[in-house]
Unconditional design. Sequence first.
Length: 307
Amino acid sequence: MALYKTEHFGIARKIVSNMTAQSWEEIPHATIIYDADVTELFGIVKKLNEGVEDKSQKITINTVMMKIICEGLKAAPKMNTHLVFNRHLVRGTLKYFDHIDISMPMILPSGEMMTINMHNMDNKSLTEMTSAINDSAARAKNSDMNEVMYEVSLDNTLQGLREGKLLQAVRRLYGSKMPGKHQVRTLSGDKKKAYYSIPVSKRLTKHDIEQGTTTISNLGSIYREQRGFCALLEIIPPQTTAFAINAAQKRPTCVTDDNGNDSVVVRMIMPITIAIDHRALDYGDVVPFMRRLDEIFANPECILEWK
């Protein structure tokens, strides 16, 4: 067996690896798989897009599912929180928000994966959500992700210093800026000046990358041929929840008719993986969320009112 390649982490991979490692070191994860029957939902989405000629303005199933999860979070506000926990003193504080900011992984033109913060998605219409997602994707094309991620990393390091995490700050600065194979290289000189002359309305900034109140990953949009579901996904601290939307799949499903008779039929099922931080939430805290989703999928016509 011969080594044929060595790849050093860039800044994006460094940040992801650091955050996910922190997630598994600190958070006791618990998961639930919610099987959403989306058989009728696909027809409703077609109705939403009737008369829309511009493909970029069409409302996708991804956006509809994001909206549905937001509706569920409104019914279960404890799932839209950040946790501050001190294990040594056994002290915990939950921070509740009056808005829902969704950290949404997005594939960039370079092929890299980046998590974008979609701000204030709780009260946006489906059309407004579509425009916001399109805007973020367009600005990503004008963005140097090393610059954006370095801004975020530097901001996190400075925040750590304010919290007294001196050793952590020194290690991060050493790991990213010391000359060598692992150095993070950002723009300089005329290239840096030209890049920062691009209006912030046309490129991503640290505001677009900062932590949301929860994370929603759409695995089904990456691989529509997916079979099965994501069994476990990491929660990024200080968030207390994370969601994965899996691909819709044909499944044999037991249905009950108006006379109480059961039969097995083929339905389109879209599993939703729900991960919770067990320090902050119990399974009972997820019940209002699932009940709200039950209501929506039992009456998917309500989605038309969200356009």
